[in-house]
Design a binder for this molecule. Structure first.
Ligand SMILES: [Zn+2]
Length: 479
């Protein structure tokens, strides 16, 4: 987020009539000037937050409101932001446990991806988007790579938006095969388009969904190891020209850094830095195996690293240098990543990061819970490039209401700590995105939940049959 987009800079004038007021809550603002407000209210006008403050003050400033949500006994916070996921993978949920990465790809994920039709993808993305929003996520960045033609990419964006989410489809770009494709065993089906075709499809998508759309389309050279470097540079250039972000998987496995070095003679982030491609628009998924110079380059350029603690542990790929990246000045968003191996909850991601980094550093003092909330909200908004992630005047009205009356939250000595330590998606009661209520009392307002689940189950059956996943569906696997 540039300074000119900062919340508070250009909000609607205070006072008068609000479209929505959420009142009487414990408000966690993530605004350093006033981090929490006990018995607070939030007034929304249009798509933005008009004011947040003590309930009495807000009632005096906004005597009228088209809608009021009584949030007494609840906590209100900015919507959680999932900066890297693969929504289509939900159709394989629960399958592939215990496989090595290469077998996981060859025997499970890639056959599944290759056998999904546009209708299957839509059914999958609607279900996972619904799970996201029900768990308090208000924005997702979805890396989609199955299939990536114009019509399917746009259908994915439409599906994400259909439940009320904002975000971006980071469309997987592969281009022609390169040496890294062979070294990493990337199947031909994924290298389906030439570089020129990839850029043409992105242009077509951007014509339908221009930058600034509720769900944008971003270029995503799928992995710096198996995409031609000129095509990666072209994607970064497209993002610069069109005022978008771009994403890439980068330095997730140690082996990727080795292969990149053998092919190109330097490290991945070292090359990105030397090529002038690092900066706030560069959002690198995983960014685990970085040396000191690469961490410094990420920080100096204000580039974004995307941390998926659940997936990193399941795949055993490594531990991100989270503290060093944050201290260097990089933006670090959290994500859920592959839905075949993780839930779709940013509470799970926060708790997982909390434990992982304490153990890895043998340091029970870091990260504090406040740091995790900063990452998932404020840093997440920076990854998106939107003025969100904070409850303050002028910010986008993306808000979550969490019920503190469940046994899990009692006694609520420190609600901020409870969010990271015991918070769960099922505690989310209401969700507001762009000023509109998209979840009310735990139910979606824009889609029929039973229908979404039924369509996804049908698609999962069809895809499992077509892709030969039956052996993976055994009820109990001895090994
Ligand atoms: Zn990923």
């Amino acid at each position: 987020m540039s300074d000119s987009q900062a919340p508070g800079a250009a909000g609607p004038p205070p006072g008068g009539r609000a479209d929505l007021i959420i009142e009487g809550a414990y408000v966690v603002t993530l605004d350093p000037r006033r981090p929490v407000i006990d018995n607070g209210s939030v007034a929304v006008v249009g798509t933005k937050i008009a004011a947040a403050g003590p309930a009495g003050e807000i009632r005096a400033s906004f005597p009228e409101a088209a809608e009021r949500i009584d949030a007494s006994g609840c906590l209100v916070m900015p919507g959680l932001i999932d900066t890297h996921t693969h929504l289509f993978q939900v159709l394989g949920r629960g399958l592939g446990d215990g496989l090595e990465l290469m077998a996981w790809l060859a025997d499970f994920m890639l056959p599944m991806a290759v056998h999904m039709t546009t209708d299957d993808v839509v059914a999958a993305v609607r279900l996972s988007s619904l799970m996201s929003v029900l768990a308090g996520t208000t924005a997702v960045v979805d890396n989609h790579y199955a299939p990536t033609d114009t019509a399917t990419t746009l259908a994915v964006a439409e599906s994400v938006e259909s439940v009320g989410l904002r975000g971006a489809i980071a469309r997987g770009v592969f281009g022609s095969r390169v040496e890294g494709s062979d070294r990493m065993g990337v199947p031909d089906e994924l290298h389906a388009f030439t570089a020129a075709e990839e850029l043409q499809i992105l242009d077509e998508c951007l014509e339908q969904r221009p930058p600034g759309s509720r769900v944008e389309v971003w270029p995503m050279p799928e992995n710096v190891v198996y995409v031609d470097l000129d095509l990666i540079a072209a994607c970064a250039d497209l993002a610069e020209r069109r005022d978008l972000r771009w994403q890439a998987h980068c330095s997730e496995a140690q082996e990727e850094v080795v292969i990149f070095g053998e092919v190109h003679g330097e490290r991945p982030v070292e090359w990105l830095s030397r090529a002038g491609l690092l900066g706030p628009r560069a959002t690198l998924a995983h960014a685990i195996w970085l040396d000191d110079d690469e961490v410094a380059a990420m920080g100096a350029s204000r580039a974004c690293a995307l941390h998926q603690p659940v997936c990193n542990q399941v795949i055993s790929s490594g531990v991100m240098r989270l503290r060093e990246l944050v201290d260097a000045g990089a933006t670090v968003g959290l994500g859920t990543d592959g839905l075949a191996v993780s839930g779709q909850s940013m509470f799970e991601a926060m708790k997982s990061a909390y434990g992982l980094h304490r153990l890895a550093r043998m340091d029970p003092t870091w990260p504090p819970v406040e740091q995790l909330l900063e990452l998932v909200c404020r840093h997440g908004a920076r990854v998106l490039g939107r003025p969100a992630g904070v409850v303050s005047e002028g910010a986008l009205a993306d808000l979550v209401v969490i019920d503190l009356q469940s046994p899990r939250f009692q006694p609520a000595h420190r609600p901020v700590a409870m969010l990271a330590l015991v918070g769960h998606g099922s505690d989310v009661r209401d969700v507001v995105v762009d000023g509109a209520v998209v979840v009310r009392r735990g139910r979606p307002t824009l889609v029929d939940q039973d229908e979404v689940m039924a369509k996804a189950r049908e698609a999962a059956e069809r895809v499992a049959g077509a892709a030969g996943l039956e052996p993976l569906r055994a009820a109990w696997i001895d090994r």
